[in-house]
Design a binder for this molecule. Structure first.
Ligand code: HEC
Length: 212
């Protein structure tokens, strides 16, 4: 935020409500950067999204409850099947095994956006083998987070699926081995998008606790 810690700490110290809140949380009214970071980190740990229709489906499925199917439409279930089918959507290799609630493997990979990609992880490690690799993002709440990819090149989920279907650059260095041609038809593309939208957790984004 283009601020210095000295200024931040002095602003917080001089905002009437903060010293008392720090006293409550940390037993001291003296604010410093360590405590500010702890407070923010603790707040971020409360930001847990786990209430999409897909979550309800997975929880009931793992508990072997028959009513699980009522949480997803027929189309969304077809999309989920494509997501986890190796010679079709094949999204699960990177965006998490089908019942991994994070929808990411937390790895850095090159999904083949460009023949000559941005350096990605290599910018930090300096390793040629990390060139073009980016952290696999979660797929939760995608409807709120356009544009997509590290450089925001795609404005819609349709563009993302078109890329995975026919836009992967096979000559991209360090391309992940799970980026084979997908040959999805129009119906299958729409099914995948319907599935992605079932990962929307409105109760999370509308939670009044997370609003200023
Ligand atoms: C080889 C691993 C891999 C596979 C397979 C893969 N992805 Fe990704 N995905 C990634 C990576 C890495 C990124 C981030 C790339 C970047 O930031 O430039 C990404 C980004 C995305 C994004 C953008 C998310 C955002 O917030 O910007 C969406 C949506 C997405 N993938 C959906 C899918 C779908 C649907 C499939 C299956 C058709 C799929 N992915 C298959 C690795 C993969």
């Amino acid at each position: 935020m283009k601020e210095t810690w000295v200024n931040v700490v002095s602003k917080l110290q001089n905002t009437p409500s903060y010293p008392a809140l720090f006293k409550k949380a940390f037993s001291t009214e003296v604010i410093d950067s360590t405590l500010v970071v702890k407070a923010i980190a603790q707040f971020e740990r409360t930001l847990i999204s786990g209430n999409s229709r897909m979550d309800s489906y997975v929880l009931k499925k793992l508990a072997s409850i028959d009513a699980k199917d009522s949480f997803l439409t027929v189309q969304e279930k077809r999309g989920f099947t494509l997501f986890k089918t190796e010679n079709k959507g094949d999204c699960f290799h990177c965006h998490g095994s089908p019942y991994n609630p994070l929808w990411t493997d937390n790895e850095f990979v090159n999904n083949g956006l460009d023949a000559t990609p941005d350096s990605g992880l290599a910018e930090i490690t300096g390793l040629a083998t990390d060139f073009g690799k980016f952290k696999t993002p979660s797929l939760r709440n995608l409807v709120f987070t356009a544009p997509y990819m590290h450089d925001g090149r795609f404005n819609t989920l349709e563009e993302v699926i078109d890329f995975y279907n026919s836009g992967v650059q096979s000559s991209s260095p360090n391309l992940d081995g799970n980026q084979n041609p997908r040959n999805l038809n129009i119906q299958e593309k729409a099914d995948l998008i319907a599935f992605l939208k079932a990962l929307t957790d409105s109760s999370f984004v509308n939670n009044p606790d997370f609003r200023p």
